[in-house]
Each structure stands twice: as structure tokens, then as C-alpha cells.
Design a protein. Structure first.
Length: 526
């Protein structure tokens, strides 16, 4: 039985003119492709509009944090804060995500210096206020948290401006985000006196912020976006590359069809090849995976760092810095070089470091025309900062909680040399209810306080006389700390009990009653 293939239809088609053939191909292939492209484009515009409407319905607030005056905690406490923040992550179904325009909301952890006065801040959705306050109070019970007005209000959004000028940039990883930067644990030492065990790199930033003059402002922002556990591990490919191991990537339906087609061709090719060449002549050399004993010391160091970061909770992160000042006092070299130097402290030459994004978001241009491009970059960076935007600018990068705690933490008391850092005005405490009241000297009352603490309090009191109570306008009455609320209630209760006892105490008579001399009325008291 002969099989006859009729190719007359194909030959007649290709015998037509080239214009006709191209038109048919465009209609049957190009037409659907253009329609699909247009549909995707219009849908993305519509989805962006839906997301904007939904975000405008969410209320955001700004919390100012006054750090404890005698803070002795390391950045590990802030690492625990970021760990607790992971509770803000939520899952969205397809309707919420692609029709209603909902998405995962972000948090902005900020350090701001205005005219030399420095404040720690958190910008967040109002519904997560209790979550953030709990994360802070759990590690710093004596901290004070106040809802304040946004300090960016009233600042120019368009440049050039007659009064203000700006320099800004995002800071990105120099290498793959799987490799960590130098974290706070690298600044801890076990030898020497206790005050030398931890050298706080945050003191450099505090000193820079405190050196700003009137009319200068420095804004530092870390955007964090909670993600699921399956998105956190970005180290698998880098670990496999170091170990020369092969990993299986998840395949979609299209990939499976392509693999089936290529596998069939490869099977036929190998069958023909085996007929022509004897199997004994074919040498197949496979690259074997390395073992730990085969790795060089530098490879082991990289592998350990990758493995450590992969075990930590992580967030999608974006870092921005903006230096905005009046033109007559602007000192770009001091502020910009100082902040870049602060970031260089966390560089590990073999692993990773953070650098300004000079190619895309930094307000620098290399080639003409410069003026229009420079002003456009200035407008973008200031608006992205004020909007606390995660998607705008460079792609967000995965950063672990110990890296975040290294870049944003409350400095320890002995390293706070910068004037202007907002601190809790006083530590509130109550006397124990069982305390026996006796006549004691002032020295006995403070004998339990160490000399270092007394010197620190004296220096801070002298410094605080020059500072305003706050550089931000509070929306509500400034609250006392979390533990102080309960302590104040206990003090009021003890005072009420004491007053009741005094009312019932019989009046002293005879020898027990002391005759105190009457104070003259003509003493020069105001």
C-alpha cells in the first residue's frame, strides 16, 4: 500500500506573490499577537488604576519613636522587632489581586535629621499600628511612641526650585542579593573591657545627622515588604553554583512540551550516532559535585554566609537616602560622602556591599543634555520617597532581618554623642509598696546608681536644655511609655491608700507632738 502526500495546496500557496504571502502570514500570526499585546497593555493600565484606588482608601500614619535614655541593648532587639513584623504578611486570592487591585502593603523605617535634630520614625498602615507598637514595646518597654505629622509636607516636589536643592539615590547590592553584607555581629568583640565589646556603627550616622545646620535635612528610608516563606530563599542557585551541583527548576506546561520535542530529537540523534560509531569509542565525562573537603577556605566562607542568610526571615527591601537643603547652606560633599561612608562600614569585599544606584536613580548624570535629565531624576527620587513607594525605581531586593537590624537600630547610650537625638525625657519608676520610709540622705538615695550612669545623665541633661521637646508636631497628646502607664496607676493607688491612712491617724499629743517654729512672713520668697 503506497502512501501519497498531496502537496498541491502548499505549492499553490507559495506560488502566489510575496505581498500576498506576507499579508496572509500577518493576518493569521501577527494579528492575534498584536491583539494579545494590546489586551495585556490595556489590562495593566486598568489594574494600575485599580491598585491606586485601593491604596488611596488605606490610611497611613507616621509614628515617632523616642529611644530609651539608657539604652544598653544591641541590634539583636531590633532584629526581634523585624521578626515580629512578619505577622503583617497576608495572602490574596485571584479576585482580590487581579480584579480588586489589592496588594501587600509595605512599611517604611526611617531616620530623619532636620536642622541637626534626629528622630526615628515608622510609616505604616493604620491597621498595623498595634503590631508595630507591640514589636517595639516588647524589646524597649521604656520607649515612647507618638503619632506625628508627616515631615515631608510642605517640601518641594518639583525641581528646579528657587530655595531648595536636593541629592538623592537608592542604595542597592553590589552583587547578587543572596550574598549578605557585614552585619552587627561582625562589630561585636569578646576581649577587652565591657564598653569595648560592641563598637556601634550607627554612631557615625548619628554624628553626621547632628552636624547638619539650620536649613539642612537628611532623610533615610528603608522600605520593607513582608513575603511568604517560599519567596525568601534566594540562595539556592548560588549554593548550587559553588558546589557545582545541579538543581531542578520548576517547569510549566510549555516547558514540558519543548522538553518532550527536544528529547525525541535527541533520542533519534543518539540512535543514528550509535549505528555509525561503536559505543566503546564514546567517552562521556560527567562533572561531579564538590564535597566540603574539596572547597577552598574562601568558598567555605561564602557557603556558610549563604546558608546563614537562607535560614533567616527576609523581606523585600528598598533603601533610599535624600539630602535636601537650602541652596545657601547646602554642603553636598559633607552629607553625601558621609552617608556613603556610613554604608561602606557594612561592606564585605568577598561577599556583598551596598552602593548608590548611580546608573538609574541617583541624581547624577554623565552625558549631555544634563539639566533636564538631572531635574527629572530629582523629581522622581523625592516623589518616590514621599510616597514611600516600593515598586518605583529599582526592583526590591531580598534582605534578611539581621541585615535590616544592622542598617536601622537604636544606638547604645555610650555611643550617642550627637546632639539632637530625640530620647525619652526621663525613666519613670515607682517606689515599692512595702518600702519602709526613714530619714536618709540624698547620697543614700542615689548610691545604687553607678558613676558612669550619673555622668551620662548629667551630660544628657545639659544637652537636652538646648533641644526642643520634639521636632515633629504631634497629632495626639504625647504618651508615656508602655510600662510607665501601669506604674503611674500603681503610684496613684498607693497615694490614695496613704491619704486614707493619714486621715485615720490620731493627732499626736503631749511629748510626741513637736512644736515647729512658725515661718516669718517677711522672708524674701517669691
Amino acid at each position: 500500500m503506497d502512501i501519497i502526500i498531496n502537496l498541491s495546496t502548499i505549492t499553490s500557496f507559495f506560488s502566489q506573490s510575496s505581498d500576498y504571502i506576507l499579508m496572509i502570514i500577518f493576518i493569521w500570526i501577527g494579528g492575534p499577537a498584536i491583539c494579545i499585546t494590546l489586551f495585556i497593555g490595556f489590562y495593566q493600565i486598568w489594574l494600575n488604576n485599580q491598585q491606586g484606588k485601593w491604596k488611596s482608601s488605606v490610611k497611613f500614619i507616621l509614628l515617632a519613636i523616642d529611644i530609651p535614655r539608657l539604652n544598653q541593648q544591641s541590634p539583636r532587639a531590633v532584629e526581634n522587632m523585624f521578626s515580629y513584623l512578619a505577622g503583617a504578611h497576608g495572602t490574596l486570592n485571584l479576585i482580590e489581586q487581579y480584579l480588586e487591585g489589592k496588594f501587600q502593603l509595605v512599611f517604611s523605617y526611617e531616620i530623619v535629621s532636620i536642622d541637626g535634630y534626629t528622630q526615628f520614625l515608622v510609616h505604616l498602615p493604620e491597621k498595623f499600628k498595634n503590631l508595630v507598637e507591640t514589636s517595639i514595646y516588647s524589646q524597649y518597654p521604656d520607649a515612647e511612641i507618638t503619632e506625628v505629622e508627616d515631615y515631608t509636607k510642605g517640601m518641594p516636589r518639583k525641581f528646579p526650585d528657587d530655595t531648595w536643592d536636593i541629592w538623592g539615590s537608592e542604595f542597592i547590592y553590589a552583587k547578587n542579593a543572596a550574598f549578605p553584607i557585614r552585619t552587627y555581629e561582625s562589630f561585636e568583640h569578646q576581649s577587652g573591657p565591657s564598653e569595648m565589646h560592641y563598637k556601634d556603627p550607627m554612631s557615625a550616622l548619628m554624628d553626621l545627622c547632628g552636624s547638619l545646620r539650620k536649613g539642612e535635612q537628611l532623610w533615610y528610608q528603608i522600605i520593607v515588604k513582608p513575603v511568604g516563606f517560599n519567596e525568601m530563599d534566594v540562595s539556592e542557585k548560588e549554593i548550587a553554583a559553588l558546589m557545582k551541583d545541579k538543581i531542578e527548576n520548576p517547569k510549566h506546561l510549555g516547558d514540558k512540551f519543548v522538553d518532550l520535542f527536544i528529547g525525541t530529537l535527541q533520542f533519534i540523534s543518539n540512535a543514528i550516532h550509535s549505528m555509525l560509531i561503536e559505543a566503546s569509542d564514546i567517552e562521556v565525562e560527567e562533572e561531579k559535585a564538590l564535597k566540603m573537603m574539596d572547597l577552598r577556605p574562601l568558598q567555605k566562607q561564602k557557603l556558610e554566609a549563604l546558608s546563614t542568610k537562607s535560614t533567616k526571615l527576609s523581606y523585600l527591601t528598598k533603601i533610599r537616602m535624600v539630602y535636601i537643603a537650602k541652596k545657601e547652606v547646602m554642603n553636598r560633599a559633607k552629607a553625601v560622602n558621609g552617608f556613603v561612608g556610613y554604608m561602606k562600614q557594612f561592606a564585605d569585599v568577598q561577599l556583598n556591599n551596598l552602593k548608590p544606584d548611580t546608573k538609574q536613580t541617583a541624581t547624577t548624570v554623565k552625558y549631555s543634555p544634563k539639566i533636564n535629565r538631572l531635574n527629572r531624576k530629582k523629581r522622581k527620587i523625592i516623589n518616590n520617597f514621599i510616597n514611600r513607594s516600593g515598586p518605583a525605581g529599582r526592583d526590591m531586593q531580598m534582605m534578611s532581618i539581621d541585615e535590616l537590624a544592622t542598617l536601622w537600630n537604636f544606638p547604645q547610650s555610650e555611643y550617642i554623642k550627637a546632639t539632637g537625638l530625640q530620647k525619652v525625657s526621663a525613666k519613670r519608676a515607682q517606689a515599692p509598696s512595702s518600702l519602709q520610709f526613714t530619714e536618709t540622705s540624698d547620697y543614700d538615695q542615689i548610691s545604687d546608681i553607678s558613676t558612669d550612669e550619673l555622668n551620662l545623665i548629667e551630660n544628657e541633661l545639659l544637652t537636652d536644655e538646648k533641644l526642643p521637646s520634639s521636632i515633629f508636631e504631634s497629632k495626639t497628646e504625647k504618651p508615656i511609655s508602655n510600662t510607665a502607664k501601669q506604674k503611674e496607676e500603681d503610684i496613684n493607688l498607693n497615694n490614695d491608700i496613704l491619704e486614707d491612712e493619714l486621715k485615720t491617724e490620731p493627732e499626736l499629743k503631749g511629748e510626741n507632738k513637736k512644736n515647729y517654729p512658725k515661718i516669718p512672713d517677711n522672708l524674701p520668697f517669691e
